[in-house]
Write a protein that binds this ligand. Structure first.
Ligand SMILES: Cc1cc2nc3c(=O)[nH]c(=O)nc-3n(C[C@H](O)[C@H](O)[C@H](O)COP(=O)(O)OP(=O)(O)OC[C@H]3O[C@@H](n4cnc5c(N)ncnc54)[C@H](O)[C@@H]3O)c2cc1C
Length: 404
């Protein structure tokens, strides 16, 4: 079959089909009942957080339960190696699973597949006791982590970080501040990036080391509340934090190069979420445009409305094709710097455009907090900033084409 098509197949193999069907069952049996139990507490963004901005404890408990149950069922970190408790599924299957879950729209199901709180390839550099203490509990969904790179004075320009770690006997002492760190308020440990050799000596991307720092070893600063994700991001304050040498993740001074070599996966995952949620919104738009009448006919029969759906479909199809192609390239072991930037930029830009149109198609009800459209619009806006902003993605593409 594949030979007839020049070696390319977009068919869904039996194993992936089974995984997608089992995800549907899991959502029905495990996720939806918990969403119903939480009811308004989960549906209403204002009730999801208490007056201090903390995520309501019952929501945190539900998220923990979903993550653990999903790990137990073999979904949560199925892209991680089997020897550490994962399933070793391909990037294509992982992409399809992420997209499939996102097609259900915003909800507790967002927590069933590992996100920023879960294990990433960087953590696979764990050695010795790090494997049992951090990596494997993370794959089992028993512990969660945080990826602490961004600082008050640097975001896109991460190598310019001010956080330092200095030698202290046979350990290190870390000083600095991180901000906008996802899961900082709830993680068991953070992967903290710090400069260990000055830029003048190690070069711009060298001299940076990643440390595994336990949550009781750092102070939590202010919450960084992004509209739509309140209570999930916060500052991490590192004030003379002493850690032993055994907390260095991977090779000292080489963490930034390592992190960069795994950028494509983060972009694939985030793009898959954007593609899935875009599909979800388009389905809602199609249904509403067929039902809602104005001036004696369904609004979907006005070209300005039908074009929103048609253009959204076209863009979503193109984004999904780019996502599948990227996942296949990653499995094939080729370079994906340009393709992952193109995909992340295009998939999130499409999500943003469709989310905005979805509000428009639904008129005033698109703005209502009883409907899911503004929540998707907020998330779409956030996805254009995290894991490299639009501008940084386009800079990467320009660089890959000999410009900049
Ligand atoms: C919800 C959320 C979750 C996050 N989670 C994490 C996390 O878990 N861990 C973590 O480390 N960080 C996290 N971040 C931080 C995120 O990675 C940064 O916000 C992002 O990298 C952009 O950095 P910045 O906000 O400092 O913007 P800046 O880098 O200051 O950029 C500001 C503007 O200038 C543009 N710009 C910057 N440089 C260039 C250039 N060279 N060319 C053209 N335009 C440029 C940017 O595109 C942007 O439009 C999170 C942020 C949010 C909002």
């Amino acid at each position: 079959m594949t030979e007839q098509h020049g070696g390319v197949s977009f068919g869904v193999d039996e194993e992936t089909r089974l995984i997608l069907d089992s995800i549907d069952e899991f959502v029905e049996q495990e996720v939806e009942p918990r969403e119903s139990e939480l009811g308004e507490t989960f549906d209403n963004p204002r009730l999801r957080n208490d007056p201090d901005g903390e995520v309501a404890p019952e929501v945190i408990d539900a998220v923990d339960e979903i993550r653990r149950a999903s790990a137990e069922a073999g979904f949560y970190a199925m892209n991680m190696p089997e020897e550490h408790g994962g399933q070793d599924v391909s990037n294509v299957t992982w992409y399809r699973a992420k997209r499939h879950v996102a097609e259900k729209g915003r909800g507790l199901s967002e927590f069933m597949l590992a996100g920023p709180e879960g294990p990433k390839p960087l953590l696979l550099q764990a050695e010795g006791e790090q494997v049992e203490r951090y990596l494997e509990p993370c794959i089992r969904g028993e512990k969660t982590t945080a990826f602490a790179l961004t600082e008050p004075s640097v975001g896109s320009d991460a190598p310019g970080m001010k956080t330092t770690a200095d030698r202290d006997g046979d350990g290190w002492v870390i000083n600095g501040q991180k901000q906008w760190i996802t899961n900082a308020p709830h993680c068991d440990f953070a992967q903290v990036f710090a400069r260990t050799t000055p830029e003048d000596d190690a070069g711009r991307y060298g001299g940076i080391t990643c440390f595994l720092v336990e949550s009781d070893e750092f102070e939590l600063g202010s919450r960084n509340n992004a509209v739509g994700l309140e209570g999930l991001q916060a500052e991490i304050v590192l004030d003379d934090v002493h850690v032993p040498d055994s907390r260095v993740l991977g090779t000292a001074d080489a963490a930034f190069y390592n992190a960069m070599s795994f950028l494509s996966l983060g972009r694939l995952e985030l793009g898959a979420t954007a593609v899935g949620m875009t599909r979800h919104l388009l389905e809602l738009c199609k249904e509403y445009a067929g039902e809602r009448e104005a001036f004696g006919r369904p609004i979907g029969r006005y070209q300005s409305i039908s074009n929103m759906v048609a253009e959204g479909r076209a863009r979503n199809y193109a984004a999904d094709s780019a996502g599948l192609h990227l996942a296949w390239q990653m499995d094939d072991g080729g370079g994906t710097t340009e393709e992952s930037s193109i995909f992340k930029w295009y998939a999130t830009d499409t999500f943003w455009n469709v989310a905005d149109d979805a509000v428009q198609v639904h008129g005033a009800s698109g703005l209502s907090e009883d409907n899911p459209f503004m929540e998707h619009l907020h998330l779409a806006r956030i996805l254009r900033i995290v894991e490299g902003t639009d501008e940084i993605q386009l800079n990467t593409v320009a660089k890959q084409n000999g410009l900049l």
